[in-house]
Design a binder for this molecule. Structure first.
Ligand code: AHG
Ligand code: MN
Ligand code: MN
Length: 332
């Protein structure tokens, strides 16, 4: 088997960028390094005192877990120390983060340090999601929130790490989607899923059915449709909902399927965040041939206005997402 480390693969990807300076290669390697540090603690979370609640709530109004904060701190320190990012935005920080030595950075990093927090203490897959943009301006010392509030279509790279039965890192720089599985015996992410292409339709749908009473009538009609018996259209689909976006997204990316977090009475714009959940996964999904919208607009076209803004998210196999959109737009 040809053993390709993520570092080597990123370097080879650089050939697609004639004017590449190697900076993006370094950035992605910084992220891979941070992922190894987070993985080290996630896989032994039950053995060290980083389970449970840290006390307090974050800007999202959600209770913060110790591992949320641990992952956040590791990523900020491990990546910030190299001075390649001029500004960062994290789910766990109210405002932007200006790392030390930012004066040498040319990029902005948006990230969800630990996705699926509700699953941390019960040994269910969780993840890290990241999104990388070039700074809008020339002077990194003037990096600001504006560098973080760019359309998803401006991303230069995006990816996620899923800490599950194995630890897999998936990324794209706009030249396809590639997955790497962590080999703890050598401490490397090795290429395991080259050029991931997502099926046009799947057999899974992922939504929190427990919120059915809070859904719009159009969402309820969609759900009723997807559960009807009709072998000719592969219905009913099977429910798969883990409660960790990264885990649900990764499964659907590989096998086909659709993930939906629609508007609810408690979250009128859905619960998921545009900048460090929807945008990076939408970039990956489209690169793999899938589709990602808020049921009206392409996720990557949304012009952000706030760092932690939320968006409804319909993401996965193209034909499955289109069907969900038709119901939400009252066309079916
Ligand atoms: P995070 O842990 O980063 O706050 O993300 C949790 C998100 C996402 O991972 C998951 O799909 C969703 O919350 C589940 O929300 P519900 O429990 O409302 O279904
Ligand atoms: Mn999350
Ligand atoms: Mn999170």
């Amino acid at each position: 088997m040809n053993l390709v480390t993520i570092e080597r693969h990123i370097l080879e990807q650089q050939k697609h960028f004639p004017d590449a300076t190697g900076e993006l290669t370094d950035l992605l390697n910084d992220v891979a390094f941070a992922a190894k540090l987070v993985r080290r603690e996630v896989v032994r979370a039950g053995l060290v005192d980083i389970l449970g609640f840290a006390g307090g709530t974050n800007v999202q109004g959600e209770e913060v877990k110790k591992l949320d904060l641990f992952a956040n701190e590791k990523i900020i320190n491990a990546i910030g120390q190299h001075g390649r990012f001029a500004v960062m935005g994290s789910e766990e920080n109210d405002g932007i983060i200006i790392p030390p030595k930012n004066e040498t950075g040319s990029y902005a990093l948006l990230f969800d340090p630990l996705d699926g927090s509700s699953n941390i203490d019960v040994n269910v897959s969780v993840g890290t999601i990241f999104s990388i943009y070039k700074l809008k301006g020339e002077d990194p010392c003037k990096a600001s929130i504006a560098d973080c509030l760019q359309r998803g279509s401006e991303q230069v790279a995006a990816g996620y790490v899923i800490y599950g039965s194995s630890v897999v890192m998936v990324y794209t720089t706009g030249n396809g989607v590639h997955g790497f599985t962590y080999d703890p015996t050598i401490g490397e992410f090795l290429l395991s899923h080259e050029n991931i292409v997502t099926p046009k339709t799947g057999k899974y749908y992922s939504i929190n059915e427990g919120s059915y009473a809070q859904f719009n009538e159009s969402t309820k009609k969609y759900l009723d449709y997807i559960k009807e018996e009709d072998p000719a259209t592969g219905r009913p689909y099977s429910t798969r909902y883990i409660g960790s976006l990264v885990a649900d997204f990764h499964r659907n990316l590989l096998t086909g399927g659709v993930f939906v977090y629609p508007p609810t009475t408690t979250h009128k714009n859905g619960k998921l965040r545009l900048m460090y959940e929807a945008n990076p996964l939408a970039f990956i999904c489209e690169q793999a041939g899938g589709r990602a919208t808020d049921c009206k607009n392409r996720i990557l076209d949304i012009q952000p206005s706030e760092l932690h803004q939320r968006t409804p998210l319909y993401i996965g196999s193209e034909d499955d997402v289109l069907i969900a959109e038709q119901f939400e737009q009252g066309l079916r």
